[in-house]
Design a protein around this ligand. Structure first.
Ligand SMILES: Nc1nc2c(ncn2[C@@H]2O[C@H](COP(=O)(O)OP(=O)(O)OP(=O)(O)O)[C@@H](O)[C@H]2O)c(=O)[nH]1
Ligand SMILES: [Mg+2]
Length: 287
């Protein structure tokens, strides 16, 4: 995929960063939400300078869509090489939420014991979530705010106008997440963000992304492609592969030609929904 297939708005990046920095002042802990399929590509490249020394938990979300052993390796890499607490989650189903609350509560205890050492009273510890578009921030907030959790009202003073959700004893979550734009000028990163659904379909070239996906699958896991679309063999030309898939799925335009755009949409949507299997696109050799 060429760089110019994506329209890039640097203005958004600056605005989003400012907003995150404003909210950062109100919280004690940050949850950095990443897509388990692309733990590097879904990371804001300036994250360390934005968050500075704020205690942080890295969450690899959408673990249900990623390769399990890769997720395990990435988790260890984040904790062993980056010194960051890291867990994996499935926000949509709510799987693993307890782990997150548990970790945050451990941090809260540490934060309060530091306060106590300075002679200050314990207080609710607050956290916020940051992540790129579509990574699952709202899903995670909804799960955290769901049954058994209560939303706390506005508090005058310091946190004026902000809504907090009580997510555990002594722990509150800011209910507006911070959006951090990924860095998608790099064509490979752009492809990975597009194929996982982080960049709006309106601003990507869907057919080009699907062609690149077909190439990727043909190279790495041809059986996934063959099984899903009942292909005897995979043509070297990805465009031809799309045509065959389109024909099988009845994507035709007048004159009997195959609508490869429709075929591209099908392949992309099915890949994103995990119907071709579980994939980690940012892979790591870490044992
Ligand atoms: N398979 C799977 N899908 C998920 C998971 N978490 C979220 N999703 C889906 O991903 C999509 C985006 O989720 P949101 O929670 O809206 O993401 P967001 O980060 O709030 O997105 P923006 O508000 O646009 O920045 C939705 O279709 C969710 O259902 C997950 O763990 N697994
Ligand atoms: Mg959202």
């Amino acid at each position: 995929m060429e760089v110019d297939t994506i329209q890039w708005f640097p203005g958004h990046m600056v605005k989003a960063r400012k907003m995150v920095q404003e909210n950062l002042k109100l919280v004690d802990i940050v949850v950095e939400l990443l897509d388990a399929r692309i733990p590097v590509s879904s990371r804001n490249p300036d994250i360390d300078s934005i968050l500075e020394k704020k205690p942080r938990i890295v969450v690899l979300n959408k673990a249900d869509l990623a390769d399990a052993s890769q997720t395990e390796r990435w988790s260890r890499w984040f904790s062993e090489e980056q010194g960051l607490q890291c867990i994996s989650l499935e926000s949509q189903q709510g799987k693993g939420i307890g782990k997150l609350v548990g970790l945050a509560q451990e941090l809260a205890v540490q934060i309060n014991s530091k306060l106590a050492a300075k002679g200050r009273k314990p207080r609710a510890v607050r956290m916020m979530m940051v992540g790129i578009p579509n990574v699952g921030k709202s899903s995670l907030i909804n799960k955290l705010a769901g049954k058994g959790y209560t939303r706390t009202g506005d508090r005058p003073g310091l946190t004026r106008g902000k809504q907090w959700i009580r997510v555990g004893r002594g722990l509150e979550l800011l209910d507006t997440p911070g959006i951090l734009w990924p860095k998608f000028e790099d064509p490979e990163v752009g492809f990975r963000l597009a194929v996982t659904g982080a960049i709006k379909d309106e601003i990507i070239n869907i057919e080009q992304v699907a062609l690149k996906l077909v190439n990727y699958l043909a190279e790495t896991t041809p059986d996934a492609l063959k099984n899903r679309y009942k292909l005897e063999e995979i043509n070297q030309d990805p465009y031809e592969v799309l045509r065959v898939i389109g024909a099988k799925r009845g994507c035709l335009v007048s004159g009997g030609n195959v609508d490869t755009f429709k075929a591209a949409v099908i392949v992309l949507n099915e890949f994103r929904a995990g119907k071709l299997g579980r994939f980690t696109l940012d892979t790591i050799d870490y044992f």
